[in-house]
Design a protein around this ligand. Structure first.
Ligand code: BES
Ligand code: MN
Ligand code: ZN
Length: 491
């Protein structure tokens, strides 16, 4: 599917489906809409009143235009109230249009949506993102593709002539989101530590990034006892992935992005029981997927920022070699950890990844992890938890996420709760009491970052997956985090 910029006037555009935006409480048609209504002999007015179309954000209605017309179908899409118009409005409206156009077998689609903030580039980018993300399909695991419904082939953004570069940027970002969705959606017998490393190699080859893969022996030499403790029961070797994007010339800043990379989380000997959702735990590499997706996008966008993409990838399995509950591990910063629960494995893998990233001399570190069920209980399925002691970094990430339409909510790092992680025998336990479980997880991670480093942790256990279609996300893997990371790196 190709998105194109054009200045073809609304009344002259010809094709299968023509979509126009309508604000909520727009009592009468004005400007282009009035002319369009006139061109089709009052069809729009009729459609609005017959369907009681109210213009609620993302609502749509469609009508067939008489035979012989240059446009086959007209789609109205709601934009909500004019004073709440933002880029996210465009993404959601464009997504609703794209889905309906596909269902209605429109091969060629024209979209007329307003320019937000007098910024046609960012607006065109948002519309393109909405269309691309909504039309994403994953047929990899079907022996035959879903019934051959016709596909949308071209999408013309009316009134956006000259915005080719913005469309290209959106396509590059979407390619990163698609990669993240594909990695998360694929089951644990298709995405393993080995295939994750291969994916990193493909990104490096395709887009000219540096890649270092640390094998188990390399991790042993670095003393990554926490990561390797988690990995030790798996038949598949762990892979520590470090991809680097370096701009031409001196970088404006240096950043590190870390993703939790559990290709499957059985819980270990503290096995996830029946009804725990163990069969969904292929998603436990969602942080690593967002990290690789961001790498793919950023390598194409080429900002003047150096970015390190890091993931300690393994499975959390059970075997005769598995960690015993109560084992004491030593992380690469020398700190000792009593593993009172083998299912709190993500923080163990992240501990060594954080120590590694901290040694790179970067200005800031952000980690993304499907870390706790507690965070899902706190914030639900749509919102990720943001944990950081650094107000400035919090602000950067909040702005990046708002612009992306990916929701974050800052959570407190209540130091007192670290008492819950006190161990009688080692420096700390890996698991505290159930109350405040996402906070103690973040406090645990903090032990592996120097006090001076700007660091933030995003708990994405909720939004990594959607049970049902929601705006431009279909049901399934969302690719959450990629677009926030891209905005953050570019900011
Ligand atoms: N991967 C899980 C967290 C998770 C839960 C992600 C639900 C996505 C959806 C993590 O490794 C885990 O098992 N966390 C435990 C921690 C507990 C043992 C302290 C949890 O949340 O129950
Ligand atoms: Mn776990
Ligand atoms: Zn996990």
């Amino acid at each position: 599917m190709e998105v194109r910029a054009t200045n073809t006037p609304l009344l002259e555009w010809a094709g299968d489906g023509l979509a126009v935006g309508l604000f909520e409480e727009a009592t009468e048609l004005t400007g282009d809409l009035a002319s369009l209504d006139e061109k089709f002999a009052g069809l729009l007015k009729e459609l609005i009143s017959e369907e009681e179309f109210k213009g609620k954000l993302g609502s749509t209605t469609i009508t067939r235009v008489g035979a012989g017309s240059s446009v086959r179908k007209i789609i109205l899409v709601g934009l909500g109230k004019p004073d709440s118009l933002k880029y996210e409005t465009l993404r959601r409206a464009a997504a609703a249009v794209a889905r309906l156009a596909k269902k209605q077998k429109c091969k060629t689609l024209g979209i007329s949506l307003p320019i937000v903030n007098n910024d046609p580039a960012t607006s065109a980018q948002a519309i393109t993102e909405g269309v691309q993300l909504a039309l994403y399909q994953d047929n990899r695991f079907k022996s035959e593709p879903e019934e051959k419904t016709s596909q949308v082939e071209t999408v013309d953004l009316l009134g956006y002539g000259g915005q080719e570069a913005a469309i290209e940027r959106a396509n590059q970002i979407a390619s990163g989101v698609f990669l993240a969705r594909q990695l998360v959606a694929a089951p644990a017998n298709a995405v393993t530590p080995i295939t994750m490393a291969e994916t990193a190699q493909t990104i490096a080859n395709d887009h000219g990034l540096q890649l270092q893969i640390l094998e188990q022996e390399d991790c042993e030499k670095l003393g990554m006892g926490a990561f390797l403790g988690v990995a030790q029961a798996s038949e598949i070797p762990p892979k520590f992935i470090h991809l680097t994007y370096k701009p031409e010339g001196t970088p404006r800043r240096k950043l590190a992005i870390i993703g939790k990379g559990l290709t499957f989380d059985s819980g270990g000997l503290n096995i996830k029981g029946a009804g725990s959702g163990i069969e969904t735990m292929k998603i436990d590499m969602g942080g690593a997927a967002a990290t690789l997706g961001a790498a793919k996008a950023i390598a194409q966008l080429k900002p003047d920022v150096e970015v390190h993409f890091i993931s300690a990838v393994t499975e959390n399995m059970i075997s005769g070699r598995a960690m015993h509950p109560g084992d004491i591990l030593t992380a690469s910063n020398g700190k000792t950890i009593e593993v009172n629960n083998t299912d709190a494995e993500g923080r163990l893998t992240l501990a060594d990844a954080l120590v590694y990233a901290d040694k790179l001399g970067v200005d800031a570190i952000v980690d993304l992890a499907t870390l706790t069920g507690a965070c899902v209980i706190a914030l639900g399925d749509d919102i990720a938890g943001l944990f950081t002691p650094d107000d400035n970094l919090a602000k950067q990430l909040e702005e990046a996420s708002t612009a992306a339409g990916e929701k974050l909510w800052r959570m407190p790092m209540e130091e007192k709760y670290f008492e819950g992680l006190k161990s009688g025998i080692a420096d700390m336990k890996n698991t505290g009491p159930r109350p405040g479980g996402s906070i103690t997880a973040a406090l645990f991670l903090k032990q592996f970052v120097k006090e001076t480093a700007a660091w933030a942790h995003l708990d994405i256990a909720g939004p990594v997956w959607a049970d049902k279609e929601n705006g431009y996300n279909g049901s399934g893997a969302t690719g959450f985090g990629v677009r926030t990371l891209v905005n953050w790196v570019l900011s």
